[in-house]
Write a protein that binds this ligand. Structure first.
Ligand code: ADP
Ligand code: MG
Length: 510
């Protein structure tokens, strides 16, 4: 095959992106197609309008830089969607296209992957819920909804590919789909409900109200719901906004005397998805307006999905009638993920970035960062940058340096021996037994607790920790940490004991 200069340029551009902007790059960048170079523009085709909007919003500068660096010319990048005309008259020669990437039209829609096994499992999960949810979630083989839903023509202000979710909607992150949403005990109900409403909008739970602390996946879930509704009902008009937009838009429209347009925009959609609805607090007039919007949509069986940092009745200064409406459907909490879920999330986030994250590194991060998932992602970004700067692959040592300072470890250096002393006293075991090869439970458990606490409270490596306990190897220590972490989450009494031990250690530091 002939060497095609454009093709080589494109390969170099992607290579430059991965090297210079590793944290921005995603695996799906491989699916971007080079349409051609037109005057001063490099035209790149994304495989969906959602991907295109995301690229425009979040990656334009980086691509511009990559293209300029690689070509040495002052070119600008232009992203287009799958069906968008480009103005480039002659398409690249067929052998060029073959060699480059599959043309967008022949590619499987990545969103179709959502219909695969995870969704099936999740629908089954939803059905397994003991609550009333079970009666309402239909098997996926059944027609997902009465044909009337979203069958009416889209409102005039919606055009299909131009704005996938309607004007004013927030930009969707293509990573935030159901496939990339890891399910665990902390979010199972919210997730199952999300699958249900996007398969059967307006009928399964209306409204769906998701609440949880910051960084636990509310926005991710809302976006997954939007993507799934769009996949199941391509004609549906979805409006996805933050509550802040609703509030400021409302205020602007009132001032401009353009309330009719505002009302039409919000009341003519098939699905209204609003993030951070607690922002309605204290705004009497906006609450009033939202109340009527809610009633109109609800009465027309249109789907409403809301997310908030707390349950409806804890949102301060929210009108009672709104509180009660927010509880008409399903109120689904999202809690902090447990250890196993944190590990799975880390693995998934790394895979999306095409990163290899060794098990011991994932365990290290998951045992140190426990409160919020954004922190886990931040840790991956940190390591990715460190790996780039050091030209090394990510390993435990790097992770210990980058994330080593857990709040506890940062305070003061505890020695493993100090930890052993506290544990020996607490469990009333013999020091020499802890250091022996004995495996009976009365010894094994305190030994595992020592390893776990040493890991959380010192900067010692797994191997160093193992050396204090009869020269056990790092896999034994890793197993001990997992065991304690999991049990701590499941067994309240045990969790209590570990809490006490941590307090004793804190006291030992002073
Ligand atoms: P919130 O809106 O609750 O503050 P986000 O939805 O912004 O939280 O989530 C913060 C980060 O954590 C995002 O990168 C999101 O993808 C990730 N995340 C949260 N929950 C999950 C999950 N269950 N699986 C995978 N990633 C998750
Ligand atoms: Mg959010």
């Amino acid at each position: 095959m002939t060497r095609d200069p454009d093709r080589l340029v494109w390969k170099d551009v992607l290579a430059h992106m991965r090297k210079a902007y590793p944290t921005v790059c995603r695996q799906w960048f491989d699916e971007i197609e080079l349409v051609g170079i037109d005057g001063g523009s490099v035209v790149l085709r994304a495989h969906s309008a959602v991907h295109r909007d995301y690229l425009r919003r979040h990656c334009l500068e980086q691509f511009n830089d990559a293209v300029r660096t690689v070509t040495g010319r002052l070119l600008a990048v232009r992203f287009v969607g799958p069906d968008e005309a480009t103005g480039i008259e002659s398409p690249p020669a067929p052998e060029f296209r073959d060699g480059l990437t599959t043309p967008a039209a022949d590619q499987a829609n990545p969103e179709d992957q959502l219909a695969g096994s995870p969704s099936d499992e999740l629908a089954a999960d939803a059905m397994a819920q003991p609550s009333s949810m079970a009666q309402q979630v239909e098997p996926r083989s059944a027609p997902p909804h009465p044909p009337a839903w979203a069958a009416s023509p889209r409102p005039a202000h919606y055009s299909s590919e131009a704005e996938p979710l309607g004007p004013g909607s927030l930009v969707i992150n293509p990573d935030y789909d159901f496939e990339n949403f890891i399910v665990g005990p902390s979010n199972r109900i919210a997730h199952a409900a999300g699958i249900a409403v996007s398969s059967n909008p307006g009928r399964a739970y209306n409204p769906l109200f998701i609440h949880g602390a910051v960084g636990l996946g509310k926005t991710h879930l809302l976006q997954a719901i939007c993507l799934n509704i769009r996949k199941n009902f391509p004609a549906a008009a979805i409006h996805y906004i933050s509550c802040e937009v609703f509030v400021t838009d409302f205020v602007d429209r009132v001032r401009a005397g353009a309330m009719a347009e505002f009302r039409h925009r919000f009341r003519s959609v098939d699905a209204l998805v609003i993030d951070d609805i607690h922002f309605l607090t204290k705004r009497e007039q906006t609450q009033e307006e939202f109340f009527h919007t809610f009633n109109t949509l609800y009465g027309a069986h249109k789907q409403i999905v809301l997310a908030s940092d707390r349950p409806p009745d804890e949102i301060p200064e929210l009108q009672d009638r709104l509180i009660s409406r927010f509880k008409w459907g399903l109120v689904a909490p999202i809690e902090a993920p447990n250890f196993e879920t944190r590990i799975a999330i880390l693995k998934s986030k790394a895979a999306i970035r095409g990163l290899d994250l060794p098990d011991d590194v994932a365990i290290h991060i998951a045992s140190r960062l426990t409160a919020n998932i954004r922190e886990l992602e931040g840790a991956i970004t940190k390591l990715q940058l460190r790996a780039m700067v050091d030209s090394k692959s990510i390993d435990l040592e790097m992770a210990q340096e980058a994330i080593g300072a857990s709040p506890a470890a940062a305070q003061a250096d505890l020695t493993v021996q100090a930890i052993i002393d506290v544990v020996v006293g607490f469990y009333r075991v013999q020091l020499h037994d802890l250091k022996s090869k004995k495996r009976q439970r009365s010894i094994a458990l305190p030994r595992q607790v020592c390893m776990y606490l040493a890991r959380r409270n010192t900067r010692k490596s797994l191997q160093e920790i193992g050396s204090h306990f009869g020269d056990r190897d790092h896999t034994t220590v890793m197993h001990a940490i997992r065991t304690v972490e999991t049990r701590r989450e499941r067994d309240r009494d045990f969790g209590h004991s570990i809490g006490t031990l941590e307090q004793l250690l804190a006291a030992a530091r002073r």
